[in-house]
Design a protein around this ligand. Structure first.
Ligand code: DAT
Ligand code: MG
Length: 148
């Protein structure tokens, strides 16, 4: 089953949005496979956002993501990578549709509440960066028969 890496950013943690965000993915019908509250070390932040290394906002981005704890998660489900991105809304909350996480809770691009992998390759890479194999829990949920 497809998996994705999602993370409540420091602004979302400070604004008490962990429960709200977890709840949205649970209610959708996706399954939580791993989760932890953690502080991101500088080196991990730079590696995670490596694709943006040359962008002018890279320094700010790394400072922001290391500025407080994040809630890192792995979620599983059919088409979960693309669907989670839709549920997050566009990168800049000013353009994000109401009903999306960034549309409902975000105001500026620098503090946009949540991260989500954008492709199968980045999902695999990011899950590997943040979670050890043994931190991911595979389990059957009877409810899945009513979802998939
Ligand atoms: P996303 O988080 O939607 O995948 P991204 O990968 O393009 O977006 O960028 C990573 C993060 O960098 C994004 O969540 C917020 C920040 N960011 C992106 N574009 C920015 C910009 N023009 N100015 C400031 N921060 C930006
Ligand atoms: Mg991205």
């Amino acid at each position: 089953m497809e998996k994705t890496f999602l993370m409540v950013k420091p602004d979302g943690v400070q604004r008490n949005l962990i429960g709200e965000i977890v709840s949205r993915f649970e209610k959708k019908g996706f399954q939580l496979v791993g989760g932890k509250l953690m502080s991101i070390p500088q080196a991990l932040a730079e590696e995670h956002y490596g694709e943006h290394k040359e962008r002018p906002f890279f320094g700010e981005l790394v400072d922001f993501i290391t500025s407080g704890p994040v809630f890192a998660m792995v979620w599983e489900g059919e088409n979960v990578i693309a669907t989670a991105r839709q549920m997050m809304g566009t990168t800049n909350p000013k353009d994000a549709a109401p009903g999306t996480i960034r549309g409902d809770f975000g105001v500026t691009v620098g503090k946009n509440i949540i991260h989500g992998s954008d492709s199968p390759a980045s999902a695999e890479r990011e899950i590997g960066l943040f979670f050890k194999e043994e931190e991911l829990v595979e389990y059957a949920k009877l409810m899945n028969e009513w979802i998939n």
